[in-house]
Design a protein around this ligand. Structure first.
Ligand SMILES: Nc1ncnc2c1ncn2[C@@H]1O[C@H](COP(=O)(O)OP(=O)(O)OP(=O)(O)O)[C@@H](O)[C@H]1O
Ligand SMILES: [Mg+2]
Length: 386
């Protein structure tokens, strides 16, 4: 339908700001030419399910905070819940804030003695001005309305002076990033990697297939959180965006995301579709297969960018072993690895239309869990080699 670039969200690619998270992954945000003021901030609503063709109704900050199904905490309550944000309660740090462990009573949701009641994760945003506030509100808007086993549960929020906080269910195994690259935890087995990919694919499929589709926009290993059984849940909806509706093919937006994960056509044009998420999913699938980061500045040349380095090996089953994670110690089914690599290659197609939909990605991954394609073959290989 031609060039529908929305002039109100024109991308000025000469002004790209970078934020580097604790993991060294850099986020970027192109500055739009006309940012609006905090007081007029509105984000789409997903409650109007009766007419999926209509544009989501923008809601004001007051409407979002009053209608969301989550608790408004005071700063004091969250100080009590986290032992005053004590450093030893720190779970992690991202580009936009610090995450602390805390405890609340599961019925009254009031702060409680550490070790009792329900464990929570409290994200305290760094004072980032307008962008930080906008992402905070977008997160409350989406996670206050969208509920699914593969999306992290938002319990509440806090807005107190310049302080913006978010309260989530605690995810005992932290992020996928911790397991792939931090020293300490046992390397993830093949079966667990596939389980995590399936959980994350279910979360994205749910968003894309909702009556009012949502584009997640920041799919990456650090935003995939894991429960005690390695069930994956997506977190961080600060960049999420309403998908195109009616006969629109894309939404035009300020380019934001994380280097190495964002789809090339989106970075180049600001045109966002569900297929941008599919590309990012391909990058994470590649991280799961290779055990390498999307971008690794410690490497040289082409090896710095995982997609560029791995692409030539993905479609060749005789060469695939060269990019597989050595921490798997060969303990993976060759056929299953080949299927996953082919799937990653499809997700990473330069042409968005050639990328599969997330529902198709999910179906392919689920087949890898059947004994025929996974566990059985792995058992045979293990006994072959012993
Ligand atoms: N609900 C949670 N339960 C347990 N740990 C969490 C939870 N949320 C976040 N964390 C931990 O805190 C870390 C920081 O999360 P955060 O979302 O702030 O940053 P990030 O995802 O690493 O980077 P970015 O700023 O780009 O989102 C995560 O990697 C994870 O280890
Ligand atoms: Mg995050």
């Amino acid at each position: 339908m031609g060039n529908c670039l929305d002039s109100s969200a024109r991308v000025d690619t000469t002004q790209i700001s970078h934020i580097t998270s604790a993991s060294g992954v850099s986020k970027f945000a192109s500055k739009t030419t006309n940012s609006s003021a905090v007081s007029s901030l509105t984000v789409p609503s997903y409650s109007g399910k009766s007419n999926p063709e209509s544009l989501p109704t923008p809601r004001s900050e007051g409407e979002i905070l009053s209608s969301s199904n989550v608790k408004a905490f005071s700063l004091n309550e969250l100080k009590n819940a986290t032992r005053n944000f004590r450093p030893d309660s720190l779970l992690g740090e991202g580009g936009f804030g610090y995450v602390f462990k805390g405890w609340i009573d599961e019925h009254t949701l009031t702060a409680i003695k550490p070790g009792y009641g329900m464990v929570i994760a409290v994200k305290k945003l760094k004072p980032e001005g307008f962008q930080g506030h906008k992402e905070w509100l977008t997160e409350v808007n989406y996670l206050g309305q969208l509920h699914h086993p593969n999306l992290v549960k938002l319990i509440g929020y806090c807005s107190d002076g310049d302080n913006r906080l978010l309260v989530y269910e605690f995810m005992p195994k932290g992020s996928l990033e911790n397991h792939l690259w931090r020293k300490g935890p046992q390397p993830l087995s093949w079966a667990t990697r596939i389980k995590v990919a399936i959980g994350a694919a279910r979360g994205l499929s749910f968003l894309h297939d909702a009556e009012a589709p949502v584009i997640y926009r920041d799919f990456k290993a650090s935003n995939i959180l894991l429960d005690a059984d390695f069930n994956a849940k997506l977190s961080d909806f600060g960049l999420a965006k309403a998908g195109p509706t009616g006969d629109r093919t894309h939404v035009s937006t300020q380019v934001m995301g994380t280097h190495g994960y964002a789809a090339p056509e989106y970075v180049a044009t600001g045109r966002l579709t569900e297929k941008s998420d599919v590309y990012s999913f391909g990058v994470v699938l590649l991280e799961l297969l290779s055990g390498r980061r999307a971008v690794d500045k410690t490497k040289v040349g082409i090896e710095q960018t995982l997609v560029d380095w791995a692409r030539p090996y993905l479609g060749d089953k005789r060469k695939l072993f060269r990019i597989m994670d050595t921490k798997l110690q060969g303990q993976y089914p060759q056929k299953g690895a080949c299927t996953a690599a082919t799937l990653a290659l499809q997700c990473l197609s330069a042409e968005p239309k050639l990328r599969p939909r997330m529902s198709g990605v999910l179906a392919t991954l689920e087949q890898l869990q059947t004994p025929k394609n996974g566990v059985q073959e792995l058992t045979n290989r293990s006994s072959d080699s012993s």
